[in-house]
Write a protein that binds this ligand. Structure first.
Ligand SMILES: [Ca+2]
Ligand SMILES: [Ca+2]
Ligand SMILES: [Ca+2]
Ligand SMILES: [Ca+2]
Length: 368
């Protein structure tokens, strides 16, 4: 059963109408309020030990390898080295891609309409062609990958059905240049990896069960061995990284505790081939970056405070300098990109306003 077969194709004219209706505030970038300096030490309330259930899983020693980074965690649909944006209309099921160059939209195109039973759970390069693909999941537990080239769907293929207790995220766990799928069961705490080759499951493996007070907040390559690692966060604010090789845990380490007001996501902000952690405080609007090397924090720095009417909707390299950038979206539908180098904002620019029926996919913070 291919999702594509039941899709209602839309045409590029829709995009043109969309842009005409929404390019109304391109020059009205809202300047976030600045509140320097916020020292990183303010967020480190205590150094937590790794909980026993996680600490016992430290089973080996990491062997450093050449820095090559997990390139599958791309949002670049057309292979020009710059992240693009996938918009989904939560009312109509329409889907649009903006091909980006920094803060400029260089082209746009519409994808087929997909009914609202389906959600984009991940964007990653499953077939190793340096172009991001789209992983869909339905409310019935079905899973479909669209292999993409720009705004064209090259192929659409179904994966096995997985019941809704399981949530997924992606990363290249075995370093073969193809994104894999990590599954966590929100009812049992079980964890499984599917090693993928395009739309085929090459192998599966289980990881230790992790109790439900923990969640996976990011899958990213923290030590630059081109294999995706897992960042865990507990309801109490503890943070643990598992350095991975395939479905094996090479090593684990705990990071400083950060109270639950802080939400995180990852990107390589300084271009050293290692994923870093961006933190936003949902109570204060403060924003912090930890530059990482494996499970060590190399440096930390604060970004300007941004008021709570804004949220981070994407962390990706929009201008192709190998450094992750930050896309903000306001409750008014305004969109602003900060081009980042390390903990510095190189430049900022606004994108067209887009009404709130549209969301950038995948959601960084899944809605309940
Ligand atoms: Ca691109
Ligand atoms: Ca790694
Ligand atoms: Ca980095
Ligand atoms: Ca960048």
């Amino acid at each position: 059963m291919y999702l594509l077969q039941k899709l209602n194709h839309k045409f590029v004219s829709f995009l043109n109408n969309f842009l005409a209706n929404h390019v109304d505030s391109i020059n009205t970038m809202k300047k976030p309020t600045t509140n320097f300096p916020q020292l990183i030490t303010q967020t480190i309330e205590s150094i937590f030990l790794v909980p026993i259930s996680l600490a016992l899983i430290i089973v080996g020693v990491v062997t450093p390898k050449a820095v090559s980074f997990d390139l599958t965690e791309t949002h670049d649909f057309n292979g020009d080295g710059r992240a693009d944006l996938l918009w989904r209309n939560e009312e109509t099921g329409d889907n649009i891609i903006w091909l980006m160059n920094g803060t400029n939209i260089i082209a746009g195109g519409s994808l087929p309409n997909v009914d609202l039973d389906w959600e984009v759970t991940s964007i990653a390069d499953f077939n190793g062609d340096a172009r991001a693909d789209i992983l869909w999941r339905s409310t019935g537990g079905a899973n479909v990958i669209w292999l993409m080239n720009g705004t064209n769907i090259l192929a659409s293929s179904s994966l096995p059905n997985v019941n809704l207790d399981w949530l997924n995220d992606t990363g290249d766990f075995n370093g073969d240049g193809r994104a894999d799928i990590g599954w966590r069961n929100e009812a049992t705490g079980d964890n499984i990896i599917w090693l993928m080759n395009g739309t085929n499951i090459l192998a599966g493996g289980s990881l230790p069960n992790v109790e439900l007070s923990w969640e996976v907040t990011s899958i990213a390559d923290f030590n630059g061995d081109a294999r995706a690692d897992i960042l865990w966060r507990s309801t109490g604010g503890a943070n643990v990284i598992w350095l991975m090789n395939g479905a094996n845990i090479l090593a684990g380490g705990s990071l400083p505790n950060a109270n639950p007001d802080w939400l995180n996501d990852t990107g390589d902000f300084n271009g050293d081939g290692r994923a870093d952690i961006g933190w936003r405080n949902e109570a204060t609007g403060n924003n912090i970056i930890w530059l990482m090397n494996g499970t060590n924090i190399l440096a930390g720095g604060s970004l300007p405070n941004v008021d709570l009417s804004w949220e981070v909707t994407s962390i990706a390299d929009f201008n192709g300098d190998a450094r992750a950038d930050i896309l903000w979206r306001s409750t008014g539908g305004t969109n602003v990109i900060w081009l980042i180098d390390g903990t510095n904002i190189l430049a900022g620019g606004s994108l067209p306003n887009v009404n709130l029926n549209w969301s950038i996919k995948p959601l960084l913070i899944p809605t309940e």
